[in-house]
Design a binder for this molecule. Structure first.
Ligand SMILES: [Zn+2]
Ligand SMILES: [Zn+2]
Length: 258
């Protein structure tokens, strides 16, 4: 397999510690989760975890539509969220229209049901339902030439038993998980808002000893990154802007820190 990154088999890139966008490369296949669209639709899979604005804004606003030919479209997989928002429309429908309008019909939302598996780009992607305040599809990725798997959670209620089981049963090699709050006194608030606390991730890590855990999408209220880095270091979590993975998935390298 040829690649330009010195033998790496996977790469993970974040926009910022607070931002929900995750870019993932496995060999020569790319995934953009809750991020801007690429015009390389032959290489890229675009995925929305859920319809909260911080997760959709990059793909609604930015786009490479102008680089597309007449008959080409960018497909974005999105939750089949049929929650009614009026007598006439659902959450999915209103967003489908929004994307069509802003891209002049070039960006198409494709509904993905909870639990659905899609075979695309030599890869099986599975929509794993993780409970949040709205329907949220984590993405579980297995490329057929790779002996490792990756999962990106989106936003999820970290204290929920079924959510935990959905992750543990898949035993991902790499888990990229939301990690919103850190202080013990914020635990109840985290649950109320249906997010994930670092204590939830610590508990999960004990049940997933072989998984590389990469927290992301932390609360903007934590502007002191050193405080957060110390906590992550203590628990063996990986925190960086760009991370490369090699043959042994545990031999990763942070090539750009935050
Ligand atoms: Zn979010
Ligand atoms: Zn959310």
């Amino acid at each position: 397999m040829s690649d330009k990154s010195g033998g790496s088999i996977a790469k993970i890139e974040f926009h910022a510690p607070y931002h929900p966008n995750v870019k993932l490369r496995i060999f020569d296949k790319y995934f953009s989760i809750d991020g801007a669209c690429s015009n390389r639709f032959d290489k890229y899979i675009h995925w929305l975890t859920h319809f909260h604005f911080d997760h959709i804004r990059s793909s609604v606003a930015g786009g490479a539509d102008f680089l597309l030919k007449q008959n080409e479209n960018i497909i974005i997989f999105a939750p089949d969220d049929r929650t009614p928002i009026s007598d006439y429309s659902t959450v999915f429908d209103v967003h489908k229209t929004l994307y069509q309008y802003h891209s002049k019909g070039k960006r198409l939302l494709i509904p993905v049901r909870e639990g659905e598996k899609i075979y695309i780009n030599n890869t099986v992607v599975e929509a794993v339902s993780l409970k949040h305040s709205v329907q949220n599809n984590a993405i579980f990725i297995k490329n057929e030439s790779a002996d490792f798997t990756a999962m990106v959670t989106g936003d999820w209620l970290g204290s929920d038993e079924e959510n935990r089981e959905a992750i543990i049963s898949r035993n991902p090699s790499i888990l990229i998980s939301e990690c919103r709050y850190f202080r013990d006194e914020n635990y109840d608030l985290t649950c109320e808002r249906m997010h994930t606390h670092v204590n939830d991730l610590v508990a999960l890590s004990e049940l997933l000893p072989d998984t590389v855990i990469i927290p992301y999408h932390i609360s903007r209220t934590f502007s002191n990154l050193d405080y957060i880095k110390d906590i992550f270091d203590k628990h063996g979590f990986v925190f960086g802007k760009k991370i490369l993975f090699y043959e042994d998935i545990k031999s990763y390298e942070i090539t750009e820190a935050y």
